[in-house]
Ligand binder design. Structure first.
Ligand code: F6P
Length: 554
């Protein structure tokens, strides 16, 4: 079935044309109940989607598009372990990691529930040993610091969650993250650590990622003076991977290898043993609460009617903007210091999932697919890129995310923060018209010439849509629900756009080329390279050789 041939698709194309000439101000003026009708109260937060460029006709057609795209059937397939990651021949079962879906599901002859529960117990045992000071390094001192070596999905989720839940820390073990193969990051991290009390967790689904393995080897060298290699690996290393044989081949003992499975995508893996750093930082019960929050969102996604289904509506809105309205980007703007890594996390989650142009039938998509996701802490962004959001010709729909409860005890701060969040979405929506600007300038006593000279620069056309997610309190449960909300939103987008959201073939090409180019930075024939790359390498070699010569003579 070609989604572009459905009735709702064609209707939405026509409606998008009309909606370009509709202002959010009018939509609110015409419907006093709009905010109530276009918002959802869930156990952990309120989702207000009323500031979106939709009316009832668009809404009805978006829901119809979801039906015509068969979202409900795909959703059932997701939760029941049908191999919907077709290009990799795998089911997609991150929901099973939080106990959602069918209880008797099995994969490759193994009960999924039993495998998940067993691994969770192992994590719990390990975390308890760490917290009790029973895990010691090779000189007998208890482990005080854990360094997670991992990148992408093996880094962003755990670090984002730990940063978000700083107030829930317990256990007294410090957790650090090194993701970059740029040795500067590892060197900086190690500079503050004692090798005798440091444990490295090598987190890699494939256990073949160059960046991570390079960092792991350097970490091992850093420990070198303490003991022999086997002892170091036994006492100072653990692994989290879906390729346990490779971790053991590296030298990490089987009882320190925590596993997850092929059916968990890297960017959806924070719920698996990849969440070990989270459990270390906030305790196993905190990690459990995170999983429970996500499970609550799974139930909502499975059970809520389409018109009250938060992830479904967010997915539809994203498709509406990117595909029909022609807005190619989407901003994530948390007004909560704790969520400072959420934009980076969602960049991977959404762009690695839906940044694709081949449809499920193998054809080139004839429409825009997933948007460019970007953003940072909203309050800082106000003093940086919000000028663009307010007055550039481009329209960037945004998600504002804040919490009612402050994550600190300092009086006066939170109200300023929240007022700014509300003011920004209001300003983006309403803008300020020429008449309003003129009236304001006249009131300030400017003469006619001054008014007409200045007015055009002060006009905000407004009509820039946004969602607001107002969380009651950012605790592990609420954060789990928030992450799962976005996961399911991404899934809905992919289903409607008819793309496979759970593979990532696009990242492979560059990896292969990097491996081939690496030795050429030293020497070798460059004639097969394109002229630009060859010139860059020649320059690199020349400067490096010159620097080396200068160092020798100096
Ligand atoms: O966990 P791994 O196998 O080291 O992969 C890390 C990341 O690299 C990617 O494959 C992209 O390069 C991501 O999908 C993944 O999260």
């Amino acid at each position: 079935m070609d989604i572009t041939q459905t009735h709702s698709w064609r209707e939405l194309e026509a409606l998008a044309g009309q909606m370009q000439h509709t202002h959010l101000r009018e939509l609110f003026a015409n419907d006093p109940r709009r905010a109530e009708r276009y918002s959802l109260e869930l156990p952990s937060f309120l989702l207000d989607y009323s500031k979106n460029l939709i009316d009832d006709e668009v809404f009805v057609n978006l829901l119809q598009l979801a039906r015509e795209a068969d979202v409900e059937r795909w959703r059932d397939r997701l939760f029941t372990g049908v191999p919907i990651n077709r290009t990799e021949g795998r089911p997609v079962l991150h929901t099973a990691l939080r106990g959602s879906g069918v209880a008797d599901l099995s994969c490759e002859g193994q009960s999924v529930a039993v495998a998940v529960a067993t691994e969770l117990e192992r994590l719990k045992g390990f975390v308890n040993l760490l917290h009790n000071g029973a895990l010691t390094g090779c000189t007998g001192l208890p482990i005080s610091d854990v360094v997670n070596l991992g990148v992408g999905g093996s880094h962003l989720g755990p670090q984002m969650v730990i940063e978000a839940l700083r107030g829930y820390r317990q256990g007294g073990v410090n957790v650090h993250f090194v993701s970059n193969v740029d040795g500067a990051q590892l060197a900086d991290t190690l500079a503050g650590l004692n090798p005798e009390t440091t444990l490295f967790v090598v987190s890699s689904k494939t256990f073949s990622t160059t960046e991570t393995l390079t960092n792991a080897r350097s970490a091992l060298r850093w420990l070198d003076p303490l003991a022999d290699r086997d002892e170091l690996l036994r006492r100072h290393f653990a692994a989290v991977t879906a390729s346990p044989a490779r971790a053991q081949e590296f030298g990490i003992e089987a009882d320190r290898v925590f596993r997850f499975w092929d059916w968990v995508g890297g960017r959806f893996s924070v719920w698996s043993a990849i969440g070990l750093p989270v459990a270390i930082a906030i305790g196993f019960e905190g990690f459990r609460a995170l999983l429970d929050g996500a499970a609550e969102m799974d139930r909502h996604f499975q059970q809520a009617p389409l018109e009250q289904n938060a992830p479904l509506l967010m997915g539809l809105l994203s498709v509406w903007y990117c595909t029909f309205m022609g807005y190619p980007a989407h901003a994530v703007l948390p007004y909560d210091q704790a969520l400072h890594m959420l934009p980076a996390y969602l960049q991977q989650a959404e762009m690695e999932s839906n940044g694709k142009s081949t449809t499920r039938s193998g054809e080139e998509a004839a429409y825009a697919t997933g948007p460019l996701i970007w953003g940072q802490l909203g309050i800082n962004g106000q003093h940086a890129f919000y000028q663009y959001l307010h007055q550039s010709p481009a329209v960037v729909p945004a998600d504002f995310i804040g919490s009612v409860a402050a994550g600190h005890g300092l009086p006066g701060h939170h109200e300023i923060l929240m007022a700014n969040m509300l003011a920004q979405s209001q300003a983006l929506m309403n803008g300020v018209s020429n008449d309003e600007v003129v009236a304001e300038l006249q009131e300030r006593g400017l003469d006619e010439a001054e008014v007409s000279a200045l007015a055009p620069f002060k006009v905000h056309r407004g009509n820039r849509p946004s969602n607001t997610i107002l969380i009651k309190k950012l605790n592990p449960h609420a954060l789990g629900a928030l992450i799962a909300l976005y996961e399911h939103k991404i899934f809905v987008q992919g289903v409607i756009l008819q793309i496979y959201s759970f593979d990532q073939w696009g990242v492979e090409l560059g990896k292969g080329l990097a491996a081939a180019l690496q030795p050429k930075l030293e020497c070798g024939d460059l004639r097969e390279e394109d002229a630009s790359t060859a010139r860059l390498i020649e320059y690199y070699r020349r400067v490096k050789a010159g620097t080396a010569a200068a160092e020798t003579t100096g």
